[in-house]
Design a protein around this ligand. Structure first.
Ligand SMILES: C[S@@+](CC[C@H](N)C(=O)[O-])C[C@H]1O[C@@H](n2cnc3c(N)ncnc32)[C@H](O)[C@@H]1O
Length: 286
């Protein structure tokens, strides 16, 4: 049996314990949304009192619906671009690279703060064409180290809200400027998601602060030249939402009348450069 790994994180870095925990709980459900056995194994390996998280498995779909949606979009991108580079920022302890198990021709970079990367190295094994970068995603220097000769997929799940708007916009612009073509797959909170941060257990307990609100894809189209929208859905309209239990699904009907609540969690997907993109429709009127 492997020795359990102690953990001592604060602030934004700590929030990834909650997303890991909810994915691990989901893996044990009769009808999981994500079914991530790697998350379950990782949570077992970490020496942490998970009750401290203060959230029950009932809320797991808030994370797993999003993760499952980005897994689908990642697979779609990699099905077309077998020689791609993936930049997965704010990876936390997410096991996407193991769930997707990309072709070794794909160069996959997981990027997070040094304390998170150090923990990740103790929890997950290395694999071919897989790289870890211990840095803030907003620092311009790490991007210079990455060869820019292939299409890129920038994946940022559950991270944008921890960045200041000017930092997030600068990061997206840097990626678009550096690579010949690619996609940006990134989720956002709208103004209500940011303003209600004190009511969010994950944020309050970690002592982190949320900054960047995006209300509409137009916010990104206006501030990041060269990108075009492929898809934008809310939590409730994600293609993976129907996998959530009936209790969650009934909320959708309830919230139809309150657009700011319905649009609090948004999953966006953009392309740039001469790239082959799947024909997608955006079911949400933003
Ligand atoms: C809510 S967790 C999400 C983790 C993972 N993406 C998931 O969905 O399970 C937020 C993650 O973003 C990371 N993060 C926040 N700000 C960051 C930054 N400036 N640079 C790198 N990582 C950052 C945190 O360390 C944490 O791992």
């Amino acid at each position: 049996m492997r020795t359990r790994v102690p953990v001592d994180l604060t602030g934004a870095a700590q929030t990834m314990l909650t997303t890991l925990y909810l994915k691990a709980l989901d893996a044990d459900f009769d009808r999981p949304v994500l079914g991530d056995r790697f998350a379950k194994d990782a949570a077992h390996l970490i020496d942490y009192d998970w009750h401290e998280i203060g959230i029950t498995g009932r809320w797991a779909p808030l994370v797993t619906v999003r993760t499952a949606q980005y897994d689908i979009w990642t697979r779609q991108f990699l099905a077309v671009h077998q020689h791609a580079t993936v930049l997965h920022i704010g990876c936390g302890l997410d096991s996407r690279v193991f769930r997707i198990d990309p072709d070794p021709r794909v160069q996959w970079y997981d990027i997070d703060y040094p304390a998170v990367v150090a923990l990740r190295k103790k929890v997950f094994p290395p694999r071919p064409s897989y790289h870890l970068i211990a840095a803030s995603a907003t620092s311009p220097s790490w991007l210079h180290e990455i060869p820019a000769d292939r299409p890129v997929l920038l994946l940022a799940e559950g991270v944008s809200m921890y960045l200041k708007q000017h930092e997030g916009v600068a990061l997206l612009r840097r990626v678009v400027d550096r690579f010949p073509s690619g996609e940006l797959q990134i989720d956002f909170f709208n103004w209500l998601g940011i303003r209600s941060q004190k009511a969010q257990t994950l944020v309050r307990r970690s002592g982190s602060t949320l900054h960047w609100a995006v209300n509409d894809p137009q916010d990104i189209l206006r501030s990041v030249p060269g990108v075009r929208l492929l898809a934008a859905v809310t939590f409730f309209e994600a293609s993976t939402f129907p996998r959530a239990p009936a209790g969650f699904r009934s909320m959708r009907t309830l919230l139809r009348t309150a657009p700011p609540v319905r649009k609090a969690l948004q999953y966006h997907r953009y392309a740039f450069g001469p790239i082959q993109s799947p024909a997608l429709s955006s079911p949400v009127e933003f």
